[in-house]
Design a protein around this ligand. Structure first.
Ligand SMILES: Cc1cc2nc3c(=O)[nH]c(=O)nc-3n(C[C@H](O)[C@H](O)[C@H](O)COP(=O)(O)OP(=O)(O)OC[C@H]3O[C@@H](n4cnc5c(N)ncnc54)[C@H](O)[C@@H]3O)c2cc1C
Length: 409
């Protein structure tokens, strides 16, 4: 049993020290940490089970943090906002928290940490068993119908099946996540509630999302569907070196998901199809060594064959390398190092991993995540205007914000 300082002094009119709405990554961490501190919370969850997004994360394996996470990999209206939370709850804290409960991390790539078991269920199980041990009450399958702000706290009304109930607590935590994957229970609850209270919302949009290509370009991309190429994808804000994946409707793959968080409709971004190398220098060398070879043969050493075939649209792939003119060499360099893409749009919240925007950080204390205008009200996790890169960063924010809130309940 892990009960440390169980608080039995809850005011008779109150049902708990705090009510947490949303039993996802942030809400679960908050409940557990509050339990360690002797605070009794009630977690209200819409789904029949907690942690739905944890279960599907990282392809069911849950990339639960990133070894290199700092405040630099987060997008927010206030780039300094996450600093306090990340000082209070570090990556090392995440790692040792899970190790304490038998989950050792294994780095896959670029600092991305997954449980050794490769099973996201193990992560959720840590929280469900700790909630039970700590006496934190988890009520699933609820529908919140109203929230009243009282003089001494909050009254949350909810339905569960045919029954309605009102719970009261001096503190209220909203950890209902973002808009992606509505079929998994995602709602705009936090945004609606915040708007109703007159709180500012930073404009929301799907992020870490595949991008679509339509019009006369569409066929070209569709023909390359299934092919993956290591690239440097960049715009005026940022650059990412990872794979891109061609699909029958456009582009996906880690580098595209990353840039999507920095992309707005109508903008063009750049793809360097041979990052860290110079195609002109490679071709000059090829001219000397093997000038009679075709450009297509040369490309086949660098790219999937289908990609070389598709390059015929832009480049004289059936010409011998030695006979390429200066203008053709320049054109090749242009296409390979500065391939321009203007997506038509994105695949929306059905396919996005996170939501950009959310509760404006100016409404919250960065130290406690308490709402400045409504004392006792806290927002944590994805519903706040903090969006991490792909690779475990978003969970690091969810854990950190849950911890920080718990520390202040
Ligand atoms: C396919 C996919 C894969 C991902 N993989 C990763 C990954 O590997 N690594 C990573 O760092 N991030 C990943 N993410 C992002 C990560 O899942 C989220 O950033 C993180 O779960 C946010 O935590 P949260 O607690 O704020 O919200 P959530 O984990 O979404 O939890 C919110 C909870 O609130 C509940 N809820 C919503 N509305 C209500 C309501 N009205 N009443 C009661 N309850 C409600 C939801 O059912 C949910 O349980 C992935 C996301 C997706 C969609």
């Amino acid at each position: 049993m892990l009960i440390l300082h169980k608080n039995n002094n809850i005011n008779g009119l109150m049902d708990a020290d705090a009510i947490i709405i949303g039993a996802g990554a942030c809400g679960l961490m908050c409940a557990v940490q509050a339990g360690y501190l002797g605070r009794r919370v009630i977690l209200l969850e819409k789904n029949e089970q907690p942690g739905a997004k944890i279960l599907i994360s990282g392809g069911g394996r849950c990339n639960y943090t990133n070894l290199f996470a700092t405040d630099e990999q987060f997008i927010s209206g206030n780039k300094h906002f996450v600093k306090s939370a990340f000082t209070q709850w570090t990556v090392a804290d995440t790692i040792s928290f899970f190790e304490t409960y038998g989950i050792n991390g294994r780095e896959k790539t670029l600092g991305q940490l997954f449980p050794e078991s490769n099973n996201a269920r193990d992560i959720v199980a840590v929280f469900t068993s700790l909630c039970e041990d700590l006496g934190q009450q988890l009520i699933c399958g609820v529908s919140i119908t109203d929230i009243d702000i009282l003089e001494d706290g909050f009254a949350v009304k909810y339905d569960k099946g045919p029954k309605s109930r009102i719970l009261k607590a001096p503190k209220l935590v909203i950890a209902t996540g973002g808009l992606p994957i509505p079929k998994m229970g995602a709602t705009d609850f936090a945004l609606r509630f915040a708007r109703k209270q007159g709180l500012k919302i930073a404009e929301t949009a799907p992020a870490l999302v595949p991008l679509t290509i339509t019009g006369k370009e569409e066929d070209w991309y569709a023909r390359l569907s299934g092919n993956s190429v290591f690239c440097r994808v960049s715009n005026e804000h940022i650059a990412f070196e990872e794979n891109i994946l061609f699909t029958h409707w456009g582009l996906s793959g880690p580098a595209i998901l990353q840039i999507s968080s920095y992309w707005k409709r109508g903008e063009v971004f750049n793809i360097d199809l041979l990052p860290g190398q110079n195609i002109t220098a490679l071709l000059e060398e090829e001219r000397k060594q093997n000038g009679k070879s075709l450009l297509s043969t040369f490309f086949n050493h660098l790219y999937p064959k289908k990609f070389t075939d598709a390059m015929a649209r832009f480049l004289p792939v059936e010409k011998q390398v030695a006979s390429l003119t200066r203008a053709e060499m320049e054109q090749i360099a242009q296409i390979i190092h500065q391939f321009k893409v203007k997506p038509a749009g994105d695949k929306g919240y059905d396919k996005a991993e996170v939501m950009r925007g959310g509760i404006d950080t100016s409404e919250l204390s960065s130290k406690t995540l308490e709402c400045k205008k409504i004392p006792g009200l806290y927002f944590g996790g994805e519903c706040v205007d903090v969006t991490g890169w792909l690779g475990g960063y978003n969970f690091q924010w969810a854990w950190a914000s849950g911890f920080v809130i718990a520390d202040n309940l």
